[in-house]
Write a protein that binds this ligand. Sequence first.
Ligand code: CAA
Length: 258
Amino acid sequence: MTDYETILVERKGRVGLITLNRPKALNALNSRLMNEVVAAATGFDRDPEIGAMVITGSEKAFAAGADIKEMQENHFPDVYLDDWLGPWDRLGQLRKPVIAAVAGYALGGGCELAMLCDVLLAADTAKFGQPEIKLGVIPGIGGSQRLTRAIGKAKAMELCLTGRMMGAEEAERAGLVSRIVPAAELLADALATAETIAAMSLPAAVMMKESVNRAFETTLAEGVRFERRLFHAAFATADQKEGMAAFAEKRPPSFQNR
Ligand code: CAA
């Protein structure tokens, strides 16, 4: 799918940039937008010229959640049989690193979309929350799970049960975001961070992402074992030889992504 209506898709060197673009609805995540983001991100994931991605929104809103107007008349069989919102899971299965660059509201599905990414950069204007409780529902794209893993039970429980928003500083203190950036510099910083990642050996970056993510899925002993096997596998790449030779020869490495 290349005929996008709700997102802007650009290439910036080896970085794929996806900008959510439903400004009148504060980037509310309707079905079309969901399918377009998944298609664009999957396309970048398969593209050998791309090493990392950035997903961003507007100054006012990263995304104000799933589209309430679209889903308000749905009934259980509709959403259950369609596995409504299920396609978002595909973002969590991308192999290449994805940065969420969040300014303004990241609420409900917006917060969940940001948490589906690997690195979360926040503008000082960012506001995070899971306000679904105020609509008589609960999160549906992993919010109750990923927020709890990111910031712990007490804070996640309070935010989810009250629907309260937290600002960028509180989110950074709580461990939800990796850094806070002045709003005017958010996109440039996210693109520069993604370029840094995209300049690394792609097999090493994919192994790194897989290994860090394994920490959420398994025991410590199994996770360390998984990491050790991938570490061993890295010695089968030309990039390991190049990276270590470049260090010894005091020059920058030139990775071939193989
Ligand atoms: N769905 C559909 N439309 C939305 C929306 C959403 N989630 N969020 C905002 N909009 C629309 C508004 O209806 C409004 O449209 P109109 O101009 O046609 O009336 C437009 O965007 C601008 O919004 P506001 O006028 O409300 O802007 P504001 O600055 O006064 O308030 C806000 C901003 C606090 C973010 C407020 O819009 C809001 O509370 N939005 C809903 C947030 C929310 O509840 N998100 C969770 C959704 S459920 C979910 O996400 C489930 C899940 O886990 C997947």
